[in-house]
Design a protein around this ligand. Structure first.
Ligand SMILES: CC(C)(COP(=O)(O)OP(=O)(O)OC[C@H]1O[C@@H](n2cnc3c(N)ncnc32)[C@H](O)[C@@H]1OP(=O)(O)O)[C@@H](O)C(=O)NCCC(=O)NCCS
Length: 114
């Protein structure tokens, strides 16, 4: 399972995609793992795009406790309101389950490497 968290001043400058891409090469080719799994909050568009750009696919969803401020009453976040609910864990957020298999990683590398 992957967890990644850059410092706030480093967000949105390509470092996450570059760093994770380098780590995936090490993970699959040197360490020999067959797949990487992660879950990402549905409203976390930046992280989702980072993972999708590296080849991850969504293969399920689940609800889990929301960590962070409650923005459900804030009109400026109305467009993501459907990604939150009140559930057994209090305020819950929808999460996407994503995976990347070594075979798919290798195919993507050969398709994109001249
Ligand atoms: C998730 C994380 C590792 C991504 O790394 P990053 O360096 O910030 O992201 P990148 O600059 O590589 O950008 C990734 C994609 O998001 C897009 N993006 C950047 N800032 C964005 C924003 N504010 N909103 C939406 N998309 C955004 C980029 O354009 C890029 O997509 P594209 O190449 O298709 O255009 C990093 O943002 C992070 O650590 N975030 C805080 C913790 C977190 O959310 N961790 C993940 C939990 S699952």
């Amino acid at each position: 399972m992957l967890g990644i968290d850059l410092r706030p001043e480093s967000l949105g400058q390509g470092y996450g995609t570059d760093a994770l891409g380098a780590f995936l090469h090490h993970f699959f080719e040197n360490m020999g793992f067959e797949r990487m799994l992660l879950s990402v909050a549905a409203h976390n568009t930046r992280a989702r795009r980072c993972y999708e750009n590296l080849g991850f696919h969504t293969n399920g969803t689940h609800w889990d406790a929301h960590i962070g401020p409650d923005v459900t009453g804030d009109a400026q976040f109305a467009f993501v309101r459907h990604l939150f609910r009140r559930g057994p864990l209090g305020l819950e957020s929808l999460f996407y389950d994503m995976r990347l298999d070594r075979k798919a990683w290798r195919k993507r590398q050969s398709d994109t490497t001249p």
